[in-house]
Design a protein around this ligand. Structure first.
Ligand code: PLP
Length: 393
């Protein structure tokens, strides 16, 4: 069967690939510690689950409007107002099947063949693939490690061409955990305004911020920037609801209209029950969100100190999300591997620790460790990594 050209160059997610390999080893009886997870390890808070059960019992098990329930949109609007002092109309919001689907739909409606999207590296694995699926061309700009993996205004300017359609800003970032400051966002935003480049601001890790860092949306910085930005967010990471698949986009009415029309012919609507659960997530108590954040921060502080003591590892301390993104180039060299990819494979096979190689994120010298797992397992994993290095050098 000849598959469509569109999918011929599609690369499967590296995160999922390593998770699959770790599972295979586990099934074969090995004691593998997987640090590849991209989801909180906590269960969804009980009041959210209860709301979904109630919704089912009350018969909310039918189609909803394609763009989402008006009552959920109202909660999202309230959240934007309270958290970020941003005012949106229901026509400026679409509820999608996770933030991933919001991004997918967005690229489908804004990109023509050959349109370019600037993607700072290291990037979340799905951005380039989604851009390509929509006929677009990813243009990578290197977020250098010495600049906390963030791109500079000069780098952005140098990457702009006549075909540049959009810039992706993901702050806090997966995989680096870095957060752009207000000044940095303003400088990038001004360039986008000058060149009429749409800003796609993926704020899915908004609630996971550590130390004295602060999350600011680029859309908050001026009314012009708000008009130029589509915000992507959702409840997956904030409320530990990855399996419920509720995310959303907010911004320009025409874009949201087109996304809603496309959804009406492709997915119809996000699951009705999950939408009721998301209403409860936003309208109910927010303490569980803060409790999870504190748990992540506690783990980060402990595990970061241990990680940087492993020979050959250096790491910029993450400011948000739930990933560490150390540079393992030196460690790979010291242990006798040509590439960090080979090093990661050996770690899995010999030390039984599953990390995600940075090559999948456009940063081949780094590795990603998720700390969305218990502190006990994290400490054991880092100890195994240390012993692996000590044996090799
Ligand atoms: N954006 C980033 C940066 C992510 O890391 C993820 C999930 O891993 C998503 C979007 C998608 O989240 P959702 O579960 O809402 O589709």
């Amino acid at each position: 069967m000849n598959l469509a050209k569109r999918v011929s160059s599609l690369t499967p997610s590296t995160t999922l690939a390593i998770t699959a390999k770790a599972k295979e080893l586990k099934a074969a009886g090995y004691d593998v510690i997987g640090l590849g997870a991209g989801e909180p390890d906590f269960n969804t808070p009980q009041h959210i689950i209860d709301a979904a059960v109630k919704a089912m019992n009350e018969g909310h098990t039918k189609y909803t409007p394609s763009g989402g329930l008006p009552s959920l949109k109202a909660e999202i609007i309230k959240k934007f107002q309270e958290d970020q002092q941003l005012t949106y109309e229901p026509s400026e919001i679409i509820v999608c099947i996770g933030a991933k689907h919001a991004l997918y739909t967005l690229f489908q409606v804004i990109l023509d063949e050959g349109d370019e999207v600037i993607i700072p590296t290291p990037y979340w694995v799905s951005y380039p693939e989604q851009v390509k699926l929509a006929g677009g061309v990813p243009v990578y700009v290197e977020g250098r490690e010495e600049n906390e993996f963030k791109i500079t205004p000069e780098q952005l300017k140098a990457a702009i061409t006549e075909r540049t359609k959009a810039l992706i800003v993901n702050s806090p970032s997966n995989p680096t955990g870095m957060i752009y400051t207000e000044e940095e966002l303003k400088a990038l935003g001004d360039i986008c305004l000058q060149h009429d480049i749409l800003i796609i601001s993926d704020e899915i890790y908004e609630k996971l911020i550590y130390g004295n860092h602060r999350h600011v949306s680029i859309a908050q910085l001026s009314s012009e920037l708000k008009a130029q930005t589509i915000i992507i967010n959702g409840v997956s990471k904030s409320h530990s609801m990855t399996g419920w698949r509720i995310g959303y986009a907010a911004g320009n009415k025409e874009i949201i209209r087109a996304m809603t029309d496309l959804a009406s012919h492709s997915t119809s609507n996000p699951t009705s029950i999950a939408q009721y659960a998301a209403i409860a997530a936003y309208s109910g108590p927010q303490e569980p969100v803060e409790e999870m954040r504190q748990a992540f921060e506690g783990r980060l502080n402990i595990i970061y100190e241990k990680l940087i003591r492993i020979p050959g590892f250096t790491c910029v301390k993450p400011q948000g999300a739930f990933y560490l993104f150390p540079n393992a180039r030196e460690a790979a060299n010291m242990a006798g591997y040509h590439t960090v990819d080979e090093f990661v494979e050996a770690l899995l096979e010999e030390a039984k620790v599953a990390l995600v190689p940075g090559s999948g994120f456009g940063a081949p010298d780094n590795v990603r460790l998720s700390y969305a797992t218990s502190l006990e397992l994290l400490e054991e994993a880092v100890e195994r990594m240390k012993q692996f290095m000590e044996q090799k050098i």
